[in-house]
Design a protein around this ligand. Structure first.
Ligand SMILES: [Mg+2]
Length: 234
């Protein structure tokens, strides 16, 4: 399965490019996500596009933009020029409606992350995009721990699949065991985009198991019974 990575916000585009070079050249990530915020957005994306014009690239704003501020909206509109896969959670975490209404002029799909806490929110998002935007401009990032577990995550994935809304699996479970769970979830046919499955360096000094290996931006799904991690030490 394809595996993507997330790169945090750096002080300058040059510092960020060092991590992008590792993500592309060494990790060969299937897609790269960077964090953005007002004032640290267009120049960063432009720097990546200048070096990697064909990279599958998306940005995550972690609710940093005020959708009622015309300068913030102009910056988001500017990002439209860079053929991003999506702009993730630009507006408030508790907002679904204004994401759909106020960003309908973007050609780049809007991805909801923190706004989606359960399948009801996903259904409301689908209805909002149908009414105020285009359903092809909606993406949902499903984080199983955020939505209450894998059963609800599967409900959301199925609902989105039935409406043609692409979904992918974010992080939050960063141990080897947690990542393996997310990788199994991502192998479902409803989960169509690469998730945040690989990172530059471990999150933990000690872990209970060895992470599933990633080669050339791909993780092979373990076969057989269980999570397929080999030895797990508690
Ligand atoms: Mg996010």
């Amino acid at each position: 399965m394809e595996a993507g990575t997330s790169v945090g916000l750096e002080e300058t585009p040059e510092e960020m490019m060092r991590k992008i070079d590792v993500a592309v050249g060494t990790m060969r990530a299937a897609r790269v996500k960077i964090k953005v915020k007002p004032g640290k957005d267009v120049a960063y994306v432009a720097a990546i596009r200048a070096r990697y014009p064909d990279l599958r690239l998306q940005v995550d704003a972690n609710a940093a933009y005020d959708l009622f501020d015309s300068r913030h909206r102009a910056a988001l509109k500017e990002l439209d020029r860079y053929e991003l896969m999506m702009i993730e959670q630009p507006g408030r975490n508790d907002d679904i409606l204004d994401h759909a209404r106020l960003l309908a002029d973007l050609a780049t799909p809007v991805c909801l992350d923190e706004s989606i806490l359960h399948a009801r929110h996903a259904r409301q998002a689908i209805e909002c995009w149908q009414r105020y935007s285009l359903l092809c401009n909606l993406v949902i990032n499903i984080k199983p721990p955020r939505v209450g577990g894998y059963l609800e995550a599967i409900r959301i994935a199925r609902l989105c699949h039935n409406h043609g809304v692409p979904v992918w699996c974010g992080g939050m479970l960063e141990s080897a065991l947690g990542k393996a769970c997310n990788i199994h979830f991502s192998s479902r046919e409803e989960v169509t985009l690469p998730g945040d499955h690989i990172s530059q360096g471990p999150y933990f000094r000690e872990d209970v198991a060895q992470s599933l290996p990633c080669r050339d931006g791909r993780i092979e799904l373990p076969e057989g019974i269980g999570w397929g991690l080999g030895e797990v030490r508690f």
